[in-house]
Design a protein around this ligand. Structure first.
Ligand code: SF4
Length: 371
């Protein structure tokens, strides 16, 4: 390896990261995250995080020669109006988490990290490095905390005093020997706003129950329970309540990066028309597209059920003709939530031609409730 000055190189890398467009950069050691390891052992992880706890908490499992980790953060905070879930009855707009309303952050961050990797290669052509951004293979937040980017709040998000917590994170594990930053002290104090406001009671201080978190529920596959469907309310994708109520997200810089300025607006009627061929580009390029169209349509049908509005009956009747039994099942449920004459007749009529077990079960649930 080339000889280099540890302090100067650290400063240059940090300058370069800022020049490339990262708002936050810090360095930490690649020692195993032992505290996180024992916490994770006792808790249930979401299905979007690797279940290989050893690998999640041991950076050298990713790069055996690791000597430092460069932690990177970029703000996606925006002034854009938040759609108030409690006022959903008067709007056909559905709630979409702010992080998913701009261009898919993975593409932007990976491109920026590639530029930083190229710079590391200039410092030392033999450098070894691996980069991640929200892959679920390593604990981005723990790394960011150790590298001094912020503290992990009671809402489980990383909070930076200047930028708040609307932050995308990434990291480069490298064999370069760099100067480490100090972790920041937690500053939540006596505040408990996020714990009180969490709509599904998924948050306990510094712990999130993925089975209750509405953000996970809007993304998970399989048949949702009645309670989960009701809890989703007007959410098409994600839930930002624990971020929106956090006082550290007031008076923060917004719209810093044009790529993350929200472009996505939802509209119940148009989502149900989406196909692989006609989905608009801004939807295709969003971070919510990876889960597939059926999840978006499913959530939309649930949103319609939660609205319980008569005007959506014809739309739901059309879904009863959809080739997907899953969508038909949710349409039956959604129709069952609407208090209007003729709903039971529509469901009974559909019963005559339905053969799928899942849909038939939903029909029976609704008819049993009616008797
Ligand atoms: Fe901490 Fe309060 Fe923010 Fe929750 S809302 S993360 S308790 S500061």
């Amino acid at each position: 390896m080339k000889l280099y000055n540890q302090k100067d190189t650290t400063i240059k890398i940090k300058q370069k990261a800022k020049e490339i467009g990262f708002d936050l950069v810090g360095i930490c050691s690649p020692e195993p995250f032992t505290r996180a390891y024992s916490l994770i052992k006792k808790r249930k992880l979401s299905e979007f995080v690797s279940d290989n706890i050893e690998q999640l908490t041991t950076p050298r499992e990713h790069l055996s020669s690791a000597r430092s980790i460069i932690s990177l953060g970029i703000s996606y905070a925006s002034k854009d109006d938040v759609i108030d879930n409690t006022q959903n009855k008067n709007t056909c707009k559905q709630f979409i988490s702010l992080y998913a309303r701009g261009i898919d952050y993975h593409k932007i961050i990976n491109e920026k990290m590639d530029r930083l990797l190229a710079y590391l290669n200039k410092i030392d052509p033999q450098v070894e490095a691996v980069a991640y951004s929200d892959t679920g293979a390593i604990l981005d937040r723990e790394i960011a905390y150790r590298a001094g980017l912020g503290w992990i709040g009671k809402n489980n998000n990383l909070i930076n005093p200047k930028y708040g917590s609307y932050l995308f994170l990434g990291e480069i594990i490298t064999n370069l020997v760099l100067k480490y930053d100090k972790a920041m002290e937690a500053q939540c104090g006596n505040c408990n706003r996020c714990l009180i406001k969490c709509p599904a009671g998924a948050l306990k201080a510094y712990h999130l129950d993925p089975d209750k978190c509405l953000s996970y529920i809007t993304q998970k596959k399989g048949i949702l329970t009645e309670e989960e469907r009701k809890d989703i309310d007007n959410r098409l994708w994600g839930c930002d309540t624990c971020l929106d109520v956090c006082p550290y997200n007031n008076d923060i810089p917004v719209n810093i990066h044009k790529e993350f300025i929200p472009v996505l607006e939802s509209d119940i009627e148009t989502i149900l028309q989406f196909t692989k061929n006609n989905i608009p580009l801004e939807w295709k390029n969003s971070a919510l597209s990876w889960r597939g169209l059926r999840i978006l349509k499913r959530n939309t049908i649930i949103n319609l059920g939660n609205k319980g509005d008569n005007e959506y009956i014809p739309l739901l009747e059309r879904v009863l003709k959809n080739p997907s039994p899953i969508l038909r099942a949710y349409a039956v449920w959604a129709l069952g939530q609407i208090k209007a004459d003729g709903i039971i007749i529509i469901i009974k009529e559909h019963y005559k031609s339905e053969h799928n077990k899942i849909v038939l079960k939903e029909i029976k649930n609704i008819l049993n409730k009616d008797t």
